[in-house]
Design a protein around this ligand. Sequence first.
Ligand SMILES: [Zn+2]
Ligand SMILES: [Zn+2]
Length: 323
Amino acid sequence: LSGTVWPIHFLPFHGESLSSWMSRLAIHHCSVPSTFFAKTVPGAPDAWKQDLDVRSNRSIIEAISLRCCLSPLGVERCTIFSEINKVYIPSSRTTALPRWVSPARIRRQTKHHYGQKFCVVCITENSYYRYKWRYCFYVVCPEHHVQMLDSCQACGGSVSTHKIYASFFETFPLDALAYCDLCGFDLRRSGYETASIDDVEFVESILRIMRQGYAHIGKKETIYSHHYFQGLRLIARGIMKKECMVRESSCTDIPVLSRHAEIEFIRVSEIKDVMLLAQELLYEWPNNFVTFSRNNGLYYQDWIRPRDVAPHWFLKVAKMFKK
Ligand SMILES: [Zn+2]
Ligand SMILES: [Zn+2]
């Protein structure tokens, strides 16, 4: 079995995503990630045809484990799969992205398909991607207090953790992941904005709820974290719907959010606005929510659709607004 271990097999950095780690390993072997994996793991399904950071095929996890001398559990810890049940209980039948996870550019080549976020300061310090950056609510970096970016500032395309702008380089620089794979722009030169204390506190509180596995609602209710996120999602969607109506009725230049857009598929700046308002409505539950619903003429059906599964803590308040 020793022959299967990759000649270079360093461990992932703290919090590094599986795709980022695999890409850096390939680069250290002077290869592009897709070729490297196909050559050294024959017979395994094409690792890069799936979203490695979200849900990986068991045989791929085991193949990586063997080649990097790290337990399968250690490999899985580089994916959000290992903790997604804190925010969402996925159905085994669905092939869609788990909720709260922004898409990565896997197959779609469209230039403007943003999604993968990054903190400019983090990648300047060390050019690797963290798996937590895939959560759509990770809108600011709590470590550096800066706003996350969701695309390349030079070409507007989404960044990729496993596609390398190969033609741009004569040799593979070890920091190849710090460059946009579409245009070669050095992402470390991106401009960025400082995050407000409120933004940082929001992200920290969300991460705390995930870690603990529970949240406090109102004065004395304690609920499972996935029930908290379930309600938060409905609140966020209701806010987005209301925002759509406001934008459609006013003739401003602000782009109209798609009526059917989910929180995972909008720009990071918009996610931030929606989430901050959602958190405000959760504060002193249910008083702020009740006032907001009354002031904006929002009813039960604006918050909960027929096929939604609403958690009890949210349902009992939303019912007050049944027509
Ligand atoms: Zn950072
Ligand atoms: Zn670019």
